[in-house]
Design a protein around this ligand. Structure first.
Ligand SMILES: Nc1nc2c(ncn2[C@@H]2O[C@H](COP(=O)(O)OP(=O)(O)OP(=O)(O)O)[C@@H](O)[C@H]2O)c(=O)[nH]1
Length: 428
């Protein structure tokens, strides 16, 4: 129901397989290998899109899959790369691994575009495997596999300002009055379920984002606590504006209402009360002060000022709205509006294919062959001609148990190990 969090599945594109083929030309009886390389799989890229401020879209579409690379072809044809998949999210979206809860990325601040899942590299075709001793290589590398992951998206900051208050006090009316938001306004007690956001524009290009926060369920005043989700929304705003019905149109006591909300905030996370608060005493157009009774605005002021300033307003007539807007802006100006950007807590492990099988076979005296998808995959993403790649390869042989298996099979110093077109001499 709440749109500030969503679980989705993302998957990068598989790399296209390398191709095995041989040149066929007139008068050339056995042409050389000409199998081309596979294309790279598409990446899954997250991008901040300024037009968005909720995660609602992710409730409808839950699978995000990038295109795979095309396989290589004959005549040295390179397979086409798979198209990247761009996932547009609102600023402040934190991407977590659903299983561990660890942060993969925080789409905030400078992080406007991030590759979250890299597409598989394309496999290389057999044209690359011809050597002096191996004229007709019958193998090519497969593309790297696709990588899939369940991630949880969470909106960290939804707005600068959050309107809090019990149902029917006039939050939606106020939001539509001050901003471009057009929430449905109805005099009934089913409270708003999703936060409505509106941009409040003040002159000289200044402004802020205001949210009408959902959450108070009907009957909350009878002791049912504020919803957990509501409180999560509150966490994601910088300034709290308590909207109260100063005219007590429905018999609510505005002072008590502010206290009740503060109490709930306190119970959930005491620090929430450190946020600057402002009271918007709404519906002043309907205030009727009976003989001898105290003006509700004065009562609010006595209870909360100077810590929490009180602004009398009417969402219907517009009275006091301008003062309220500027008061909010001046509070925001004293605050550090830069958002904290969370550091990633995990990296995607692309080599996590440890369950795949491989075999170690003694092919002839002093010659061992190591084969299987585990080995193919490792070779697919390792560049043996670079020093780093070769180090990785050595480490892999050790950690994966391949070395131990070779030793168990009786390998001796100087023996040859063959792996998919590569040949190595074994030294302890
Ligand atoms: N007289 C008067 N009525 C108002 C004022 N502001 C809102 N109302 C009325 O109060 C009722 C509730 O207004 P909403 O803006 O929907 O209240 P809300 O707090 O957003 O309610 P929920 O969405 O249920 O949380 C509507 O009938 C409004 O017309 C005001 O300033 N004066």
């Amino acid at each position: 129901m709440f749109t500030d969090s969503a679980k989705i599945f993302i998957q990068s594109g598989k790399g296209g397989d390398g191709h095995v083929s041989f040149r066929r030309e007139l008068f050339v009886p056995a042409g050389g290998p000409d199998g081309g390389d596979g294309g790279k799989g598409g990446d899954v890229i997250f991008e901040i899109y300024d037009g968005l401020n909720t995660l609602t879209d992710f409730r409808h579409v839950r699978k995000y899959i990038a295109e795979s690379g095309q396989p290589g072809g004959k005549k040295r044809c390179h397979g086409a790369d798979g198209r990247d998949l761009i996932v547009r999210v609102p600023e402040g979206t934190v991407i977590r691994d659903d299983e561990s809860g660890k942060i993969i990325a925080d789409m905030s601040g400078e992080n406007r575009r991030m590759v979250i899942l890299r597409g598989g590299k394309g496999g290389i075709g057999n044209m690359h495997f011809a050597t002096a001793t191996m004229q007709a290589p019958n193998y090519a590398k497969p593309g790297q596999p696709a990588r899939g992951l369940f991630v949880r998206l969470e909106l960290k900051v939804i707005a600068d300002v959050g309107l809090v208050g019990f149902p029917n006090v006039g939050k939606s009316t106020l939001l539509s009055r001050v901003s471009n938001a057009r929430p449905e306004i109805a005099n009934y007690h089913f409270t708003t379920l999703t936060p409505h956001l509106g941009v409040v524009d003040l002159d000289e290009g200044e402004g802020f984002v205001m949210a009408d926060l959902p959450g108070l369920i009907e009957g909350a005043s009878r002791g049912i606590g504020l919803g957990y989700n509501f409180l999560k929304h509150v966490e994601r705003t910088k300034v709290l504006v308590h909207v109260v019905d100063a005219a007590s149109v429905e018999g609510r006591d505005p002072v008590e209402d502010v206290r009740k909300i503060q109490e709930e905030l306190q119970k959930y996370e005491a620090q929430l009360l450190n946020k600057p608060q402002i009271i918007a005493a709404n519906k002043i157009d309907s205030i009727v002060i009976e003989e001898g009774a105290e003006d509700p605005i004065e009562k609010l002021r006595r209870a909360f000022e100077p810590e929490i300033p009180v602004y009398p307003i009417s969402g219907v007539t517009g009275a006091g709205i301008k003062e309220l807007k500027y008061a909010i802006l001046s509070v925001l100006k004293t605050m550090n509006r830069e958002v904290t950007v969370f550091e990633p807590e995990m990296e995607i492990d692309y080599a996590a294919d440890s369950n795949l099988p491989y075999t170690v076979v003694k092919e002839a005296a002093h010659v061992y062959v190591v084969e299987g998808p585990r080995i193919e995959k490792m070779l697919g993403y390792t560049n043996l001609s670079s020093e780093k790649g070769f180090d990785f390869f050595q480490k892999f042989l050790k950690e994966s148990g391949v070395l131990r298996d070779l030793e168990d099979a009786g390998i001796e110093e100087g023996d040859t190990v063959r792996m998919y077109g590569h040949a190595f001499d074994y030294y302890r």
